[in-house]
Design a protein. Structure first.
Ligand SMILES: Cc1cc2nc3c(=O)[nH]c(=O)nc-3n(C[C@H](O)[C@H](O)[C@H](O)COP(=O)(O)OP(=O)(O)OC[C@H]3O[C@@H](n4cnc5c(N)ncnc54)[C@H](O)[C@@H]3O)c2cc1C
Length: 412
């Protein structure tokens, strides 16, 4: 019997592969829903995603395991609105390399200087010539901030910090430049989407392929029993014990540390403050990047521009990402003020509807600290899986689930 702890993306893909091979397994999930850090809350006609996250359609694992059409994808326009001290600049990535209009618009937009555009173009050209997944094997020695030395402060503050600070949940850009290059290449070549009815549709689609009885919700694993250096059973919060031959820990790093002892890296927190507006605050299907190291709102999106179904008819839902573990009412008020200022809104235009706090969002992935599959087998029959041994992304988590299942099947 193989016991998988955690029905996030990694545990679900591991389970799918084991099911395909006909291996006996059970998937234990402490929550009442699957998806882990990826999911949505549905309330009063709103869809509140658990953190602003986007699916890139060019991740190999996404292509292998998800039916994107069945998610009713709603696409972002490639690019961003960059706001800096009262001025808005539009950066549009050409949809195709023959999309000369967008390319020209971006070329003449004064948001980023000619020198910065040239530097950016050279990085992009270098990345386009490389194999995507091969980028991850390159030396992991410098931070994104160091890698971007040479760009002007304006480019750093208007684009890189709010965009990649928001993607990596790292305002200081201390994340490994290898990951920056990988995600940048993915954003350059892929399409960014959310499912029409929210992120929860992604794990829900995966779980739909599992055999009945394979998943046990509301089943928290609280301890692992060992004998002769091997795991023999897990104990649940209910007191039940399940005997096992192999154990897959597809839970976040701190949970693995509690269950079997492991190093825990620092983590980046995030939160989303959701506001409602009666009138649209901007029309484009673009992410809005706010310049300024010390700004509270790192980036924001009127998510109903992408999928109107995220709010009841006539309402607009704005999702503002802040890089904080906890959001007191004073931060909600400060975020509202910042958004009012960006769009010159009258006070009272926005009303706060919900805040989602994610104290453990992603592990800090500084150079040399991006864990890899080599950390994945701490005991002869125990595997660690998910973004605790891969890069923190849908791709990293799903691929890790597939690799873990493959290794167990190979070893068995
Ligand atoms: C705010 C935010 C923004 C992000 N943005 C993006 C993005 O835009 N694009 C992208 O590709 N990635 C993004 N990510 C990263 C991505 O969501 C994660 O890397 C990925 O979902 C991790 O999946 P996982 O399976 O490794 O872990 P998890 O999703 O954490 O799954 C672990 C599961 O284990 C369960 N569990 C925990 N303890 C126990 C226990 N004791 N017993 C049983 N079950 C247990 C949990 O409930 C959970 O379901 C973002 C993450 C966050 C939080």
């Amino acid at each position: 019997m193989i016991v998988i702890v955690g029905a996030g993306l990694s545990g679900l893909v591991c389970a799918l592969e084991l099911a395909r091979a006909g291996a006996p397994f059970v998937l234990m999930e402490k929550n009442a829903r699957v998806g882990g850090r990826l999911g949505s809350i549905y309330e009063d006609g709103y869809t509140f995603d658990l953190g602003f996250q986007v699916l890139l359609d060019n991740y190999p694992a996404v292509r292998a395991y998800l039916d994107i059409d069945a998610l009713s994808p709603r696409y972002f326009e490639p690019g961003a609105l960059m706001w800096d001290a009262g001025r808005t600049f539009t950066f549009r990535r050409p949809k195709m390399w023959t999309d000369f209009r967008s390319a020209l618009q971006t070329a003449v937009d004064p948001g980023v200087s000619w020198g910065d555009k040239l530097r950016l173009g050279m990085i992009a050209a270098g990345l386009l010539a490389r194999n995507d997944e091969g980028i991850l094997d390159e030396a992991d020695a410098v931070s994104t901030k160091t890698y971007l030395e040479g760009f002007s402060d304006a480019a750093l503050e208007r684009f890189f910090r709010p965009f990649f600070g928001g993607v990596l949940l790292d305002n200081e850009l201390e994340t490994s430049a290898t990951l920056f290059r990988y995600y940048f290449k993915k954003f350059l070549t892929g399409r960014t989407l959310v499912p029409r009815f929210g992120l929860q549709a992604i794990p829900d689609q995966l779980v739909g392929h599992l055999p009945g009885g394979a998943l046990r919700l509301e089943s928290e694993v609280t301890a692992v029993a060992f004998e002769g250096g091997k795991a023999t059973a897990v104990r649940l919060a209910s007191g039940e014990e399940i005997k096992l031959d192999h154990l897959v820990l597809a839970c976040p790093e701190p949970v693995t540390a509690k269950l079997i002892g492991a190093r825990v890296r620092e983590a980046h927190p995030a939160a989303v403050i959701y506001f409602r507006a009666e009138q649209s605050i901007y029309p484009e299907k673009l992410l809005v990047l706010q310049a300024g190291h010390r700004k509270l709102v790192r980036n924001l999106v009127q998510i109903t521009n992408i999928s109107p179904d995220y709010a009841p008819p006539g309402a607009h839902l704005i999702s503002a990402t802040v890089l904080r573990a906890r959001v007191p009412p004073s931060d909600v008020a400060a975020a509202e003020q910042e958004i009012n200022h960006i769009f010159k809104l009258k006070p009272g235009t926005l009303s706060h509807v919900r805040t989602v706090e994610i104290p453990y969002a992603v592990p800090a992935q500084a150079p040399g600290n991006v864990f890899t599959q080599k950390f994945a087998k701490p005991f002869p029959n125990v595997w660690r899986c998910g973004d605790q041994v891969s890069h923190a992304s849908f791709q990293g988590a799903m691929e890790s689930g597939a690799v873990t299942a493959g290794t167990i099947l190979h070893d068995a």
